[in-house]
Design a protein around this ligand. Structure first.
Ligand SMILES: NC(=O)c1ccc[n+]([C@@H]2O[C@H](COP(=O)([O-])OP(=O)(O)OC[C@H]3O[C@@H](n4cnc5c(N)ncnc54)[C@H](O)[C@@H]3O)[C@@H](O)[C@H]2O)c1
Length: 309
């Protein structure tokens, strides 16, 4: 088995590459940009663009790839309504994703694990108080969520037409050093002694998943012989921003936090039910205080600071 990780230089890609390498799985880490630091020994590193069918086909043939983790995306910038490069986002997120699926089916790759998002669900009011599971109605509000919902439909079409095992994974907000979404303005700033900016109000709830926990699930989905489903929620901890702030302040009593947009809430549901992945694979996630501590310590280590006491 050889796994091609597309988006291997990104937040999730780097952790997944390391996890696969630790497990002894042959892995090709590919991205359109080089990784910020070298991948572990034994990992093959490649530069390619997912919008280029010729480049992806060459990689699949050269390395005899058996499964693909498809993580490449224009994500962080696209989530800003001010983001202007819509054409590039469409080229990568729509055409690029379809290009990888096409290359997979032409090359006889049996499985593609595609990273979607919980942003494919609709506003919280659609679901009431229940924890949302995989089969709920999709009604994405953001352009990012809509692109992911389209990607999921394209994955399903490739599965139905060609028998490709296109498995969609929907993570919630991913926690880990190098995040490009709100935790970077919160935990990454607090970790190095700056004021943490919390983008939602203290009572607003989001769901967070540690990047290392996600890497475990992705590695399982890449290798398990026959996953029972084509869609898995990769959610972790349902938490209010106030509860998260309390965990941070218990670890760093001097931490300064600001809630400049207290009325802002996520545009997707507040609670998720990850029991499909937990039940089928025995997937376990680290406790939230341990997750936060590891996150803060990893950012501090990168900044040359001592770990927290
Ligand atoms: N970070 C989160 O909180 C979060 C939450 C839910 C879903 N996701 C999804 O998970 C996946 C990985 O997220 P991430 O946080 O690691 O993102 P990231 O931005 O850190 O990584 C994405 C990678 O894609 C690469 N890429 C962009 N264009 C490319 C192209 N044309 N060809 C090849 N590679 C290209 C980028 O260089 C980058 O390294 C994405 O699909 C994202 O939408 C992320």
């Amino acid at each position: 088995m050889t796994v091609l990780v597309l988006g291997g230089s990104g937040l999730v890609g780097r952790r997944l590459v390391r996890r696969l390498a630790d497990e002894g799985t042959p892995v090709v880490a590919c991205d359109v940009v080089a990784p910020p630091s070298p991948h572990p020994a034994g990992v093959t590193t490649a530069i390619a663009d997912i919008t280029r069918l010729d480049q992806i086909l060459s990689l699949l043939a050269e390395h005899e790839v058996t499964s693909i983790a498809l993580l490449s995306y224009i994500m962080g910038p696209l989530m800003s309504p001010q983001h202007k490069d819509i054409l590039l986002a469409c080229q990568v997120n729509v055409t690029g994703v379809a290009t990888v699926l096409e290359a997979a089916r032409l090359s006889g790759v049996s499985r593609v694990v595609f990273l979607s998002t919980v942003g494919v669900y609709g506003p919280p009011s659609l679901y009431g108080d229940r924890a949302v599971a995989e089969d709920e109605l999709l009604a994405p509000a953001s352009m990012y969520g809509r692109m992911k919902a389209l990607n999921e439909t394209i994955c399903d079409r490739y599965s139905a037409l060609y028998g490709l095992e296109a498995v969609k994974v929907r993570p919630s907000s991913i926690f880990g050093p190098g995040s490009t979404i709100w935790p970077s303005r919160f935990l990454e700033r607090v970790a190095v002694g700056e004021t943490g900016i919390v983008q939602y109000g203290p009572d607003s709830r989001d769901n967070v998943i540690a990047v290392d926990d996600l890497a475990v699930l992705l590695s399982t989905l890449l290798s398990t012989p026959e996953p029972r489903h084509r869609t898995y929620l990769a959610s972790g901890h349902n938490v209010t921003m106030g509860e998260l702030a309390k965990i941070v302040q218990d670890l760093m009593p001097a931490a300064e936090l600001e809630f400049p947009t207290p009325d802002r809430r996520p545009t997707y549901p507040e609670r998720f039910d990850n029991s499909r992945a937990v039940g089928e694979f025995g997937w376990q996630v680290l406790s939230l205080p341990d997750t936060v501590r590891r996150y803060l310590d990893a950012v501090r280590a990168e900044a040359g600071l001592e770990p927290l006491a």
